[in-house]
Design a protein around this ligand. Structure first.
Ligand code: UD1
Ligand code: MG
Length: 455
């Protein structure tokens, strides 16, 4: 497509009142990314040269997100929400600069893929002046119906304007349309608002183009990909479809998912070939897992980088900034945050390790806690290569354990431990011979009431 220039206009100003939310509709997330972000990602992969996003006047969070995700995109404000054609014309300034293909997409249709965008562009390249992406559905309620005759697209009829007969049609408008650059602006400008809702419907471009004798066509995509989100229930069902897509992609990449329906992904989760994921695992944003690692059941990972051969879980929680080098192990009820575990290092049970660096092959015993926060500032714990931290130890940061340091169990470590030194940070053990027996006898006697308690 590089021989043709392309402007994509993403309509995102609608409030989505049926979502019953203070958040602009397109900022609701699917797989941890705002719906509009998914559309921008697809456009990026489809090689759209220019992208314009139409926002509402009161949506700074939306324009901020667009600037972050796609700095080259322009934002245009639709001051009144008078319909999809009115919204597209808010990008008039962008439309004045010629592009061979002009695409209009909706920010509330997040699962559209780059391949489908390219399908619409292909139809333009093959000579159509206006292309509509349609889909077949058993439940067309709420969608504009594509009215065709002998394979020609005659009109799109919105639910509220459709006759009973037209409502029976199951071929629907996804909202994605392609215009040849020569006609885009003039078609949009001719659209009126003489319908039940009194809105300027972009879909009316079809009848206008037909009246002008232009070539109008429909291409079809899958229902999953083209679903538009207007309600929370639709958002939840879209999330499910997105998760199924991610599960499928992970398995196609060569990962083993023992119970795919119980594994949840973010839009940016990266699993390399040969990763095994057990049941009930959640990948929140920013996780990468390298080949040959195993994520065991009931683990939650966010912002973590897991190298090959690592074993995480069961019941592990990796928080942002966790880096696990090759073959390291994080076991049950261990929470990590902003920490690097060197190759072969282990924390197998019941620990919190945060703001730390754990040297390779070190062993962190059960119940170890890094005290990284004093209520105001965070402090680091450095644990040298080959160290051993005994169970139930508290490492009060900032603190450094040298290479090969040994911390005895139950220690509270407040001072640095030199390399190869052993640290005891607890009271010394005291033995009283026979004292247990005599205590037992006295207590038993007290209970039996034979002697009065002396205390
Ligand atoms: C629209 C289509 C319908 C299609 C359906 C697919 C029209 C008239 N109808 O209906 O044919 O089947 O999508 O999901 O085009 N928007 C604005 N400004 C506005 C109005 C809408 O930016 O003034 C944006 C919304 O943020 C949304 C998109 O346009 O991203 C679609 O608007 P929405 O109100 O959801 O239209 P639907 O009723 O779903
Ligand atoms: Mg919609």
């Amino acid at each position: 497509m590089s021989d043709r220039t392309c402007l994509s206009i993403v309509l995102a100003a609608g409030l989505g009142t049926r979502m019953k939310s203070d958040l602009p509709k397109v900022l609701h997330e699917v797989g941890g990314l705002a719906m509009v972000g998914h559309v921008l990602k697809a456009l990026d992969s489809a090689g759209s040269d220019r992208v314009s996003v139409v926002t509402g006047p009161d949506m700074p969070a939306l324009s901020d997100l667009v600037a972050k995700l796609m700095p080259s995109a322009l934002c245009h404000v639709q001051t009144e929400r008078l319909g999809t054609a009115h919204a597209a014309l808010a990008a008039r300034e962008a439309l004045h600069r010629h592009a061979d293909d002009v695409l209009v997409l909706f920010g509330d249709t997040p699962l559209v893929t780059a391949e489908t965008v390219l399908k619409v562009r292909n139809a333009l390249r093959e000579g159509s002046d206006l292309v509509v992406l349609g889909f077949e559905t058993e439940n067309p309620f709420g969608y504009g119906r594509l009215l065709t005759e002998n394979g020609n697209l005659l009109a799109i009829r919105e639910e509220k304007d459709a006759s009973d007969e037209e409502r029976m049609v199951t071929f629907c408008n996804s909202g994605i349309m392609g215009f040849s650059g020569k006609h885009a602006l003039s078609l949009m400008e001719e659209i009126g608002n003489g319908n039940v809702k009194g809105e300027y419907y972009l879909t009316d471009a079809v009848e206008i183009a037909n009246r002008r004798g232009l070539k109008v066509s429909a291409v079809s995509g899958s229902e999953v990909e083209t679903q538009g989100i207007n309600t929370r229930a639709q958002l939840a069902s879209c999330e499910q479809d997105f998760q199924n897509r991610m599960r499928r992609a992970a398995m196609d990449e060569g990962c083993t998912l023992l119970a795919p329906q119980t594994v949840f992904f973010s839009h940016d989760t990266q699993l390399e070939q040969g990763v095994t994921v057990e049941q009930n695992v959640v990948f929140a944003r920013g996780v990468r897992v390298a080949s040959g690692a195993t994520i065991r059941a009931f683990s939650h990972l966010e912002g973590a980088d897991v190298a090959s051969g690592c074993i995480v879980g069961p019941y592990a929680r990796l928080r942002p900034g966790t880096i696990l080098k090759q073959g390291s192990k994080i076991g049950n009820f261990v929470e990590t945050k902003n920490v690097t575990f060197g190759a072969g290092a282990k924390a197998n049970h019941l620990s919190y390790i945060g703001d730390a660096n754990v040297g390779s092959t070190s062993n962190i015993g059960a119940g170890t806690i890094t005290c990284n926060y004093d209520g105001f500032l965070k402090h680091r714990t450095e644990i040298g290569v080959g160290s051993f931290v005994g169970s139930n130890s508290t490492l009060v940061a900032p603190v450094v354990l040298g290479e090969g340091a040994f911390v005895s169990a139950g220690s509270v470590i407040t001072e640095d431990v030199p390399s190869d030194a052993m640290a005891f940070g607890r009271a010394r053990q005291d033995i009283k011979s026979g004292r247990a027996k005599s205590l037992r006898e006295r207590l038993k006697a007290e209970k039996d009431g034979k002697v009065k308690s002396s205390t």
